[in-house]
Design a protein around this ligand. Structure first.
Ligand code: SF4
Ligand code: SF4
Length: 136
């Protein structure tokens, strides 16, 4: 990912983060920092470029991408038409399963942490500085 530009409106989301980011390339632990630091292009298509509408806080400090975990909840109805059509034709929600796999592939799920270590550190440092300023 490119170096993220810190956005003040998302700094409060860091309060939900409890897991350390693994090094780049190591297995993703769902810490959520990449998506908080910068909304990806798929997330931007959902209408918010600063705070992703599909970012789902889970238990134990983990986050999930809603486009992979529950795409029918996050995509607008007009984008679901072909996937619902597959559901109608094939039993077992195969349209939804195919859509989940589609987004998992686009996002590189299972290929390890793709967030730049230095960029995330810079983002967290910027957030810490902002919080201290707001206490003055
Ligand atoms: S890709 Fe990296 S920064 Fe993003 S949630 Fe996974 S471990 Fe965290
Ligand atoms: S669409 Fe998914 S991967 Fe992209 S920023 Fe949102 S939650 Fe993260």
């Amino acid at each position: 990912m490119d170096k993220p530009e810190p956005a003040g409106t998302v700094w409060h989301l860091l309060d939900l983060v409890s897991l350390d980011k693994p090094p780049h390339g190591k297995p993703c632990n769902g810490c959520g920092l990449c998506c908080i630091a910068e909304v990806c292009d798929l997330g931007k298509e959902l209408g918010d470029e600063e705070q992703c509408r599909a970012l789902m806080p889970l238990s134990a400090g983990r986050f999930a991408c809603g486009l992979v975990a529950d795409p029918y909840r996050f995509l607008p109805p007009e984008r679901l038409v072909p996937w619902h059509a597959i559901d109608q034709l094939a039993p077992g929600g195969q349209g939804e399963q195919a859509l989940k796999a589609h987004f998992a592939g686009l996002l590189g799920a299972g290929r390890g942490c793709d967030a730049d270590d230095e960029a995330i550190q810079a983002f967290q440092g910027e957030a810490d500085a902002n919080r201290q300023l707001s206490l003055l």
